[in-house]
Design a protein. Sequence first.
Length: 200
Amino acid sequence: MKRALISVYDKTGLERLLKVLVKYGFELISSGGTAKRIRELGYKVLEISEYTGYPEMPDGLVKTLHPKVHGGILGDLSNPHHREYMERLEIKPIDLIVANLYPFEKVVSKKGVSLREAVENIDIGGPAMIRAAAKASLLNERVTVVVDPKQYDLIIEELEKNNGEVSLDIKRRLTVEAFIKTWKYDEAIKEYLIKKFGFR
């Protein structure tokens, strides 16, 4: 069974994507508000906390940072040692990551925003998961990473065209876009902190 882990701040277009994922037999894994939204749209979803056996930390501080998540992304199924490890620890392979990040730039652009409010909108689990998926895509060509609702049309088209699969060319394109996304995100954080504390 193929699996999609979905953890998104911006839920635009999610329903269209879910419809196609379910059509092609993806198991949906999610957390927090995203899982709630998936259920509201009428789809079955496995909560990350249920899968990992660890509840989310208060305020959603830690949700996806867990070996069962990152092992499922990074594990190479062609490597017998990886397979044995994953089977022994009941780590499910994850084939598709759909993640977008807390709106740091939008928050810090507001007049009078406090340092605490800005820092609370620095996403940790999202970039880690995106980078893991991008690395896995390059290493074993198994994982697809989607970081923007604007990419949903492309993924839907790919899945429909390839009977639930994503071509290697598109995986590579999305991987590059994923690293660009996390780089720009870190750049925004860096620029805010430099401006805030007055050094470079």
